[in-house]
Design a protein around this ligand. Structure first.
Ligand SMILES: Cc1cc2nc3c(=O)[nH]c(=O)nc-3n(C[C@H](O)[C@H](O)[C@H](O)COP(=O)(O)OP(=O)(O)OC[C@H]3O[C@@H](n4cnc5c(N)ncnc54)[C@H](O)[C@@H]3O)c2cc1C
Length: 409
């Protein structure tokens, strides 16, 4: 009899464990509570599926917190490995001008389809609408829901258990975070929203600008030396965009320290304050005309007016200063369920170097449920794939599995 490995979760990390183990003499069973696999991958595909980043690995690994935990995994299964792995699956990629790597087709469905087809051909078995509700040693309690919504709960014992249950955001895609109940308190860091929008109560004047972009601005949170350029979307609740996500970590510290977040905005990063001041000092022209002349569009003018005191509007020196350093105050982050990812999760100290749970060696963990954080840019998926692969290796070693003979697979 072959050993049986169960993987809970058919997301990026769980499928990667299955992919690795499908080369071995082992029965691989994937239990997924949703009716189909890879729902978050498909959702991420709506914005092109940024699968990894092409920057040198020395910079790449520096994007993660904690700053050295994942290094060994990421160097073993790095951005170049991932691109080659996708190519072997028939998915060609291209690198954008920002260094981000995407499938040429800019969507996730062809990739996911090809991957599932290969896993099925390699005899990986999928059990959809099956939810894991408890773990006892190497036995799982599972609830199966049939197409009429009837639930059946049963216990099943496995040779190894892989938890690849995702983080705690976008619950509608399956990552509900209920797995936290299976761990002792000291094995977990509380989940928090990462790569998420920030909250600001706008005056009614801003309603006309919801959904509009502040283009080619520069922002920073702690120090102007950490300034970055990009675009930000103004929304009814505050602001959103990759540029906001990039500063989420510093914003979290700011919120904890001061009870609010102060982001500085340079509305015209290519212009010098002195030149702006000169334009604004011209007489007999309305403020709007002068601001436009200085290079601000309507959205930037609206934000400038919203975040400054009316008494300063006639002071061209002050206004030039604000254009270069506009403090925008936020009061909170959007709820965790809206976050692109969650930080926190199963702690490094609870796991071995092979991501095996110290308190129960039958259990292995991978993907976003691990206690790491990273910005958007392909870093999240790369970490899920790398940790999935590493868990595959650890399970193979733990069960002393032998490779399949090629002609049998
Ligand atoms: C809108 C959006 C866009 C994104 N875009 C990108 C991007 O472009 N690039 C990037 O790198 N990252 C992106 N991400 C993040 C990335 O998609 C995730 O980090 C990654 O998919 C997480 O993979 P995972 O395998 O850890 O978890 P998931 O993909 O969440 O999979 C976990 C699976 O486990 C199942 N599960 C959970 N609990 C149970 C249970 N008890 N029983 C049975 N099944 C269970 C869930 O149903 C789910 O299918 C994006 C995320 C979102 C929300």
């Amino acid at each position: 009899m072959k050993p049986v490995v169960v993987i809970i979760g058919a997301g990026a990390s769980g499928l990667m464990v299955a992919d690795y183990l499908s080369d071995y003499e082992v029965d691989v069973c994937v239990y997924e509570q949703m009716p189909s696999a890879g729902r978050k991958i498909l959702w991420a595909g709506k914005t092109g599926l940024n699968i990894t980043h092409s920057e040198p690995m020395a910079d790449f690994v520096g994007r993660y917190v904690p700053d050295d935990w994942l290094d060994a995994f990421l160097y073993r299964y790095d951005n170049a490995w991932l691109v080659a792995w996708l190519s072997a699956l028939g998915v060609q990629t291209y690198t954008g001008s920002s260094g981000r790597v995407f499938p040429v087709e800019m969507k996730a469905s062809p990739f996911l389809r090809a991957w599932l087809k290969r896993l099925l051909a390699h005899h990986v078995r999928f059990f959809y609408r099956h939810r894991c509700v408890a773990i006892d040693n190497n036995t799982l309690r599972l609830t199966a829901t049939d197409k009429h919504g009837q639930n059946t709960t049963f216990d099943k014992t496995f040779d190894a258990i892989v938890l690849a249950c995702g983080g705690g955001s976008y619950a509608k895609l399956g990552s509900t975070g209920t797995w936290q109940a299976w761990f002792a308190n000291d094995e977990l860091s509380p989940l928090y929203a990462s790569n998420v929008g920030v909250v600001k109560a706008w005056s009614p004047f801003m309603n006309a600008y919801f959904g509009k972009a502040l283009k080619r601005i520069a922002v920073w949170v702690d120090s102007p030396e950490q300034k970055s350029q990009g675009d930000i979307i103004i929304s009814h609740y505050g602001m959103e965009s990759g540029l906001i996500y990039k500063y989420n970590r510093q914003m979290r510290d700011d919120l904890a320290r001061c009870g609010r977040i102060c982001m500085m905005v340079d509305l015209l990063p290519d212009k010098h304050e002195r030149d702006i001041e000169q334009i604004l000092s011209q007489k007999k022209k309305s403020l709007n005309t002068l601001l436009q002349k200085a290079g601000l569009d309507k959205v930037k003018i609206a934000l400038l007016r919203e975040c400054t005191d009316k008494v300063d509007w006639t002071n061209h020196q002050m206004m030039a200063k604000y254009i270069k350093q506009l403090p925008v105050i936020f009061t909170d982050f959007r709820p965790i369920d809206e976050a692109i990812s969650t930080g926190g999760g199963v702690k490094r100290s609870a796991l071995t170097d092979g991501l095996q749970l110290k308190s129960n060696p039958n259990v292995f963990c991978c993907g976003e449920m691990l206690d790491f954080d990273a910005p958007t840019g392909g870093y999240l998926l790369t970490a899920c794939f790398a940790t999935g692969r590493v868990v595959g290796e650890s399970v193979a070693q733990h069960l002393n599995l032998s490779l399949k003979h090629k002609d049998k697979s």
